[in-house]
Design a protein around this ligand. Structure first.
Ligand SMILES: NC(=O)C1=CN([C@@H]2O[C@H](COP(=O)(O)OP(=O)(O)OC[C@H]3O[C@@H](n4cnc5c(N)ncnc54)[C@H](O)[C@@H]3O)[C@@H](O)[C@H]2O)C=CC1
Ligand SMILES: O=C(CO)COP(=O)(O)O
Length: 352
């Protein structure tokens, strides 16, 4: 099947109409017709009749379908905007209809695991890098697509939806993916940078969620800006060492998808990860918080994965390790903070 034989105008595909997918669909719809994929027929009907998706307003340039084949036939470029927990399953649903000409960009800030049948993160205590998949690795493993990219940066969906100025990074090994992403998304309110280190950019977006949970916890304890500055700078160092161990470049952590997103999410009540930490510090249990949240806070699962990775890596990540104990072993946040304040960090900058 050759996409060039089609005479119909091509849509840009968006898979997932959650908070971020809806915003990206609207940004794309300013320049091109967009087709979004949703699993539920009632969501598709709502979009096609009233141009809303569960409370979020969508452009009239957006249509919806429940049919992955229709998306793949109608769109040469597809944006996957699905949380990591459902990512592999959704990519598998699309895989039979994808061809090498498709260009795929994802916006997911989480990780997947490549474990044996019957194993899961609860049962496997130690994880090697080869058992961790970024979302671009999932796409490359599950499909025939080659031109794959990711989108990451300080992009709180609530602010983007209000049309506030922001910027993002499109990362890919292929310059044409970066150029296509820039051309589709860029506007006077949305700047789009390029980066060829896709793993570094993906990992930056994933790891900042851990530090955002910790930042929310500091705020929940009523601590001030000195403590936050300390957390953000030491968090960045932890991201650099972990990012390096996971195959990313230091440079990407220093960029928009790393330090840029870290500052944003460590400071915003609109960040779900920050909110998790804040509520924990106010005394809510993780189970209560998860039961209340209808959106994803990727950092919780990421903490678990990185803790298991640390068991096989020659590396210490004290913020992540202590946050793991707070989230999953009932360590008091004050005790974790006390431990970190006594931790013998000596060298300020040890990564350049
Ligand atoms: N919301 C934000 O400000 C930003 C979110 N992100 C990342 O984008 C990803 C998605 O986040 P949100 O849109 O905020 O999440 P969300 O929880 O608001 O929405 C997720 C969407 O994915 C759909 N979905 C989940 N599993 C599915 C499946 N198996 N098949 C089909 N659809 C499925 C849900 O129905 C929902 O529409 C996350 O990895 C998040 O870290 C990145 C930047 C900003
Ligand atoms: O990644 C985000 C903004 O860049 C969104 O952060 P949360 O997932 O914590 O809401």
């Amino acid at each position: 099947m050759d996409s060039k034989n089609s005479t119909k105008p091509k849509h840009i595909g968006v898979i997932g109409v959650g908070s971020f997918g809806a915003v990206i669909a609207n940004i794309l719809a300013a320049k091109n017709p967009v087709m979004v994929y949703a699993r539920k027929q009632e969501v598709v009907d709502e979009i096609n009749t009233s141009h809303t998706a569960q409370g979020k307003t969508l452009s009239e340039n957006v249509i919806a379908s429940t049919d992955p084949e229709e998306l793949c036939r109608s769109c040469d470029v597809l944006f996957f905007m699905i949380p990591s927990a459902g990512f592999q399953e959704v990519v598998r649903t699309f895989s039979p209809f994808l061809f090498p000409y498709h260009l795929i960009i994802h916006g997911t800030k989480g990780l997947c695991l490549n474990l044996k049948p019957g194993e899961n993160i609860e049962t496997v205590k130690k994880i090697k890098r080869s058992q961790i998949l970024t979302m671009s690795e999932v796409i490359l493993e599950e499909t025939v697509a080659v031109r794959v990219g990711c989108l990451a940066g300080p992009n709180l969906s609530k602010e983007l939806a209000q049309g506030q100025p922001a910027a993002t990074v499109i990362a890919s090994k292929y310059n044409e993916v970066i150029l296509e992403g820039q051309s589709l998304l860029r506007s006077e309110k949305f700047q789009v940078y390029g980066n060829s280190d896709i793993i570094g950019v993906e990992i930056s977006g994933v790891l900042k969620n851990i530090i955002a949970i910790a930042s929310g916890a500091l705020a929940g304890l009523g601590l001030g800006e000195n403590a936050k500055g300390l957390l953000i700078s030491r968090g960045m160092v932890e991201m650099i060492h972990l990012g390096n161990a996971l195959g990313g470049s230091i440079k990407s952590v220093m960029g928009l998808a790393g330090i840029g997103d870290l500052v944003t999410t460590c400071n915003s009540i609109h960040s779900r990860n920050y909110t998790v930490g804040y509520r924990l510090a106010k005394g809510d249990s993780l189970d209560t918080i998860l039961a209340d949240m209808d959106e994803v806070a990727e950092g919780i699962n990421t903490v678990r994965i990185i803790k298991a990775f640390l068991e096989t890596a020659d590396l210490r990540a004290p913020i992540t390790e202590n946050l793991y104990r707070v989230l999953f072993e009932d360590l008091e946040i004050e005790a974790a903070l006390h431990f970190l304040m006594k931790y013998p960090f000596n060298v300020d900058v040890d990564f350049v």
